[in-house]
Write a protein that binds this ligand. Structure first.
Ligand code: 5AD
Ligand code: SF4
Length: 451
């Protein structure tokens, strides 16, 4: 509470990085809300400024540093304001962020958010603070995230990662794998359904290793799917080593489990995959893709690819391009390798010059763009079911929404509303988007969950 105005103190929060961070930010806001703080969307109104950060690549960190610089100016004009750095960068850089010149008052890692109110209170009294212990058990099971109303919700079901891919800092910033209970996830999905959410995405660094006693991720997905059949269920991210047949069959068996799988391959070269400690080879990966395509007709697949990992040659790059073509992804997220402290690859020579990393990255992007374009052309003349998300960014006359396979569709609004399902006939397409017109609106049967 502000003692002069008698108003609750306001928290302004910016989130960088993955969806996991978006979900964590909602947990942070819930904790702060419980301690009497209110959220503000304007920096100018903030008594407390949080930045939830990502440390996965160097450029993500550079953006955050830039932002901390802006907050430093804000704090110069408003000396009582508390600035907090949260998330993976807080865990990675720890005390370095608190050096005396810095605007930063508190540094809090991903497993210590329950301590935020106490740390903020101390900081308001002028005492800087740090909390960066990683936990083997913290999963915020009992905290209902403070979500803004909407169509689509993120829900984290497990935290941390035990995979130790040699390029990845996540096992060091988010610690060991731990899962929430199936019961608590189901309860939260029931609430989301009651609040009118139409889509939920289950999150974890490696959702395939979800476990609650005898229940695995396939059991969790099936249970979530049963809560509300009018709600779409998505999940990310899957590790190719841990994707079971049972999981693939479960996706095929439930209509509201979306036919879209993000399955990061990282490289098409077995030698590089081994250096990355990905624990599978391309043969395993391609067999898995075949099985997925056979079992889930019409499935769409996306991937992550790193270009320029240490020792990567032109031949390795060719193998990656070859694999992309063989799989025929619907989309790919592509990254230039950047060395991260603490990881095994940090000790390898980062020997692919930056310009070559860029050339390889651009080649991959171009090959994928062509594949996506061809795949989208095949949608022309088809009808697809779309969940309406809201107005299209480019035109007020149009809505945008997604197919079950995660393709963006733009169409004239008609008399429809966001959150409704409709059937769209596709008229044209580019490599990123489908365009069409409404042929029917749909009502979906709602089936209550019975355990
Ligand atoms: N350099 C480049 N890309 C990385 N990723 C993770 N660590 C690095 C790194 N050090 C990419 C991987 C991962 C995605 C989330 O980020 O492709 O799947
Ligand atoms: Fe990082 Fe590998 Fe874990 Fe993914 S599976 S979070 S890339 S260590």
């Amino acid at each position: 509470m502000n003692e002069t105005t008698n108003k609750p103190l306001s928290v302004y929060l910016e989130t960088y990085g993955c969806q996991m961070n978006v979900a964590d930010s909602e947990v942070v806001l819930s904790i702060m809300n419980g301690a009497g703080y209110r959220r503000t969307a304007e920096l100018e109104n903030a008594d407390v400024v949080f930045v939830n950060t990502c440390a996965v690549r160097e450029n993500a960190e550079e953006r955050v540093y830039g932002r901390i610089g802006d907050f430093w100016h804000y704090k110069k004009d408003n000396p009582g304001v508390v600035i907090g750095v949260l998330g993976c960068m807080a865990e990675r850089l720890r005390k370095n962020l608190l050096e005396s010149e810095s605007a930063v008052d508190i540094v809090v890692g991903p497993d210590e958010y329950r301590r935020l109110p106490e740390l903020v209170e101390n900081a308001l009294a002028g005492e800087k603070g740090i909390a960066v212990r990683l936990s083997r058990v913290e999963n915020y099971d009992d905290i209902i995230p403070l979500r803004t109303e909407g169509i689509s919700a993120w829900l984290s079901v497990m935290r941390g990662c035990d995979k130790f891919c040699t390029f990845c800092v996540v096992p060091f910033t988010r610690g060991r794998e731990r899962s929430r209970t199936l019961h608590s996830v189901i309860k939260e999905v029931e609430q989301l359904s009651a609040q009118g959410f139409k889509e939920v995405t289950l999150l974890g660094q490696n959702v395939n290793s979800y476990r609650d006693d005898a229940y695995d991720f396939a059991d969790l997905l099936a249970s979530v799917a049963r809560v509300d059949r009018s709600m779409r269920v998505r999940f990310t991210t899957s590790h190719p080593q841990d994707m079971s047949d049972k999981l693939i069959e479960t996706i095929a068996a439930h209509e509201n489990l979306c036919k879209y799988i993000h399955l990061p391959v990282q490289s098409g070269s077995d030698r590089i995959l081994q250096l990355m400690n990905r624990t599978y080879n391309t043969e395993h990966y391609l067999n898995l893709v075949e099985k997925i395509k056979r079992t889930i007709p019409g499935v769409s697949l996306s991937t992550d690819i790193i270009s320029g990992f240490p020792t990567e040659t032109d031949d390795d790059q060719k193998m990656t391009i070859e694999l992309i073509k063989r799989v025929g992804y619907d989309g790919a997220f592509t990254f230039k390798y950047s060395p991260r402290e603490n990881t095994k690859a940090w000790h390898m020579d980062d020997d692919v010059p930056d310009a070559l990393k860029t050339t390889r990255l651009n080649e991959i992007i171009e090959v994928q763009r062509e594949i996506s374009w061809k795949k989208n052309q095949q949608e022309i003349g088809q009808t697809v079911e779309v969940l309406i998300e809201g107005p299209s960014k480019k035109s007020d006359e149009d809505f945008c929404g997604r197919t079950d396979t995660n393709k963006m569709v733009i169409f004239p609004k008609g008399g429809l509303k966001a959150g409704e399902y409709c059937t769209i006939k596709i008229a044209r397409a580019n490599s990123a988007t489908l365009f069409g017109t409404v042929v029917a609106q749909e009502t979906k049967e709602v089936v209550a969950y019975a355990s």
